[in-house]
Design a protein around this ligand. Structure first.
Ligand code: AMP
Length: 194
């Protein structure tokens, strides 16, 4: 089973994808996380795209994704979070995987901006907290799970990068939803607790 989770940054698609992938025994692949984990000589180039709110080039992200889906943990199925982001990527994806369902986690720009500005993450556990909405960490800017200091992503601090990401989503990513006849979920009510 291959599911695509599509939504504005801050919609909570990553959080929902993580919970549902565990329930369904699917591999959760966030292309944003894959890119942030890259080290070595490509890192600087990739960070400059991410931190400025731009998409990394299609050839690069597709190459990285193709390598990732070959791994054993993808055999039972995958939830793709953050890919495809353009119709070109969707066309490439169709050549390598058979897409089951596409789920749009829908949220307004205003709510997304509010959430992105309040988002703090744990590098170690990958847990996302939100100081403006929820879940808030129990201790000030520390992870409830491991106690590590939380950090804000560079592209969440940069106002211009936030605006650019929202614009790219509306222009480039939304057309995918029509192509796949997606299911739409209201992000404000999508509270899967366990
Ligand atoms: P995300 O963690 O999904 O918010 O992604 C963070 C950033 O990674 C994006 O703003 C892009 O710069 C880059 N990125 C993630 N997925 C893709 C993709 N499918 N295509 C191009 N760039 C991507």
């Amino acid at each position: 089973m291959i599911l695509l989770f599509v939504g504005l940054q801050g919609s909570g698609k990553g959080t929902q994808a993580k919970i549902i992938s565990k329930k369904l025994n699917l591999c959760h692949i966030s292309t944003g996380n894959l890119l942030r984990e890259i080290s070595g000589k490509l890192k600087q180039e990739i960070d400059s795209y991410i931190n400025n709110g731009k998409l990394v080039p299609d050839e690069l992200i597709i190459k990285i994704l193709k390598q990732r889906i070959k791994k054993e943990d993808c055999k039972n199925g995958i939830i793709l979070d953050g890919f495809p982001r353009t119709l070109e990527q969707a066309r490439d994806l169709d050549k390598i995987l058979k897409i089951g369902k596409v789920i749009e986690i829908s949220i307004s720009d205003e709510e997304a901006i509010k959430r992105l500005k309040g988002r703090w993450n744990c590098k170690k556990c990958g847990i996302a907290y939100n100081l403006v909405t929820s879940p808030k960490p129990k201790q000030d800017k520390k992870c409830d799970n491991c106690g590590s200091a939380l950090y804000q992503r560079a592209d969440d601090i940069n106002e211009e990068a936030i605006k650019k990401r929202l614009a790219i989503y509306h222009e480039g990513t939304e057309p995918i939803l029509e192509k796949y006849n997606s299911i739409q979920v209201n992000a404000l009510r999508a509270t899967l607790l366990r």
